[in-house]
Design a binder for this molecule. Structure first.
Ligand SMILES: CSC[C@H](NC(=O)[C@H](Cc1ccccc1)OC(=O)N1CCC(N)CC1)C(=O)N[C@@H](CC1CCCCC1)[C@@H](O)Cn1ccccc1=O
Length: 331
């Protein structure tokens, strides 16, 4: 089988995250979930949450689904890189994404969410697309939607075609040739850390020379920005008039009117250029003349992350075969 679903930006002004409609249970309950290749829990706002923690989000009510089953004695708790988090209990039920259905998928029902989830009313939960080793359900960890679907997929892959300020798609089980140009460059994935960790072959700032250097990082659809080693990031912002590394804003900022260079990264022999517009991420506060960069240092994060700012400059194939690989193509 295959599936195909839209990845819709949650904010009209800048791409902080993308959500995809997912139907749960019988009769179907549709929620807008953030597909996150940087984590491996499928969790939802649920009828088990105190109403004080719900602010407009859609919820999944397992007691309204004839196919829901409590996973007795199981719980989950997750904290993300940005400090947000949630926890709760677990049901299994049917989950459908873009026409692809998984029966008895673990649906982690939130009983508590952190304030940043309560205030982000466009996100009703997450679908983790990392490796199932990262799943937080205890005492028995659960499989991701992708791992459960894999044996029924025409091909054990999912692809991300994220776009700048417009809807893109996540496809499951097939590679849509119409979504990319040229060849797909595949490189090995180290799944031991549980993420889609792959080697990049180097970078260039604007029209400058390409610096060959092996950079290990993760392809993370759930992270908005790109986080890379400080040496690379300082080389980039040296080319930006008025750029400073602001402690108060937590990263590199610059006058919104500044001209930004592009940023090119290598995957094997292939080269992908992130347009300057993607790197002029957003005003630090609405209407400010100071803007926050889409490229930031990974020194505070602990790993290099190729987030949405990079992913939307390419068509990316997450190949869950044995061994796993990741493919990048121009589009
Ligand atoms: C450098 S990991 C920071 C990253 N969280 C972000 O990227 C958030 C995303 C967001 C989306 C919607 C509203 C608010 C914030 O956005 C910012 O942090 N931004 C954007 C706006 C900017 N002004 C400031 C910087 C992050 O924890 N991702 C995790 C998934 C996220 C969690 C929050 C909800 C959306 C999905 C995850 O894949 C990151 N992971 C990756 C590997 C290991 C652990 C880990 O946990």
């Amino acid at each position: 089988g295959t599936g195909s679903a839209a990845a819709v930006p949650i904010n009209a002004d800048f791409d902080i995250a993308y959500v995809t409609p997912v139907t749960l249970g019988t009769p179907p309950q549709t929620l807008q979930l953030d597909f996150d290749s940087g984590s491996s829990d499928l969790w939802v706002f649920s009828s088990h949450l105190p109403t004080s923690q719900i602010r407009g989000q859609q919820i999944y009510a397992p007691n309204k689904s004839s196919t829901a089953k409590l996973l007795d004695g199981h719980s989950w708790s997750i904290t993300y890189g940005d400090g947000s988090g949630s926890r709760g209990n677990v049901y299994t039920d049917n989950v459908t994404v873009g026409g692809l259905t998984v029966g008895s998928q673990a649906i982690e029902c939130a009983q508590q969410v952190s304030s940043s989830f309560t205030t982000e009313d466009h996100i009703d939960g997450l679908v983790g697309l990392g490796f199932s080793t990262l799943n937080t359900v205890s005492p028995k960890s659960q499989l991701t939607f992708f791992d459960n679907a894999k044996s029924n997929l025409d091909s054990p892959v999912f692809t991300a075609d994220l776009k700048y300020k417009q809807a893109g798609t996540y496809d499951f089980g097939f590679i849509d040739e119409a979504k990319y140009t040229g060849e797909i460059t595949y490189v090995p994935v180290n799944s031991d850390p549980g993420y889609w960790t792959f080697p990049s072959s180097g970078y260039a700032v604007g029209s400058g020379n390409f610096t060959a250097s092996s950079i290990s990082g993760i392809a993370d659809t759930g992270t908005s920005l790109v986080y890379l080693p400080t040496a690379i990031v300082t080389a980039y912002y040296r080319q930006v008039q008025g750029a400073t590394n602001s402690r108060s804003y937590g990263g590199y900022v610059f006058p919104c009117a500044s001209t930004l260079p592009t940023f090119t990264f290598g995957v094997g022999a292939a080269r992908f250029t992130i347009p300057a517009a993607y790197l002029n991420y957003a005003p630090v506060t609405p209407g400010s003349a100071t803007c926050f960069g889409g490229l930031q240092s990974s020194s505070g994060v602990g790993i290099n992350i190729w987030g949405d700012v990079a992913l939307k400059a390419a068509f990316v194939v997450f190949n869950g075969g044995n061994p796993p690989t990741i493919g990048w193509a121009a589009k």
